[in-house]
Design a protein around this ligand. Structure first.
Ligand code: NI
Length: 166
């Protein structure tokens, strides 16, 4: 396993659209293992998407299990994820390993339905709310070449400088 280099804004490669995964093979599982190690090395990181390490394929890992008392599915590998339903909206603060110097207030759907494959190609359907739904929407955005800073209503009011990425 390896900790991979994270692309950071304004690297234009972060705007690339990720291609669907078609081969559920050992190569994919090595990418997943490296992505997970890279996510865990980013203190407090709850999600990572393959384009953040320059792999433009639809691979996401999330794990919000460190947050106590929230409804969630634990560690999830989401291959070719597709959000099929959005409900409600909520403003919340987001950070990103690709935007290490800032956090921002972003409007996301409160609840989503999601279809995704796992690392073996098996298809699953999920219903998610609140924080977990937010993390998934953030990570799926990476697959579409979008960062949270692209979704701020106002950069002046909703973007916050931070000194150290935590
Ligand atoms: Ni991110």
């Amino acid at each position: 396993m390896a900790i991979l280099n994270i692309l950071t804004y304004p690297d234009v490669r972060l705007k690339n659209i990720a291609a669907p995964v078609t081969e559920f093979d050992d190569r994919l599982r090595i990418i997943i293992a490296d992505l997970e190690e890279t996510m865990r090395a980013g203190h407090g990181s709850v999600g990572i998407a393959a384009p953040q390490v320059g792999i433009f394929e639809q691979i996401v890992i999330i794990d919000v299990s460190a947050k106590p008392k929230i409804k969630q599915h634990g560690r999830l590998v989401l291959i070719n994820p597709e959000i099929t339903k959005w409900e409600g909206f909520k403003v919340g603060r987001e950070g990103c390993m690709s935007v290490p110097d800032y956090t921002g207030n972003v409007i996301r759907a409160h609840s989503i339905q999601l279809v995704a494959q796992d690392e073996y190609g098996e298809q699953h359907e999920y219903e998610m709310d609140d924080y977990e739904a937010r993390v998934v929407q953030h990570e799926v955005d990476h697959l579409d070449g979008m960062l949270f800073i692209d979704r701020l209503v106002s950069r002046r009011h909703d973007l916050f400088k931070r000194k150290v990425y935590k």
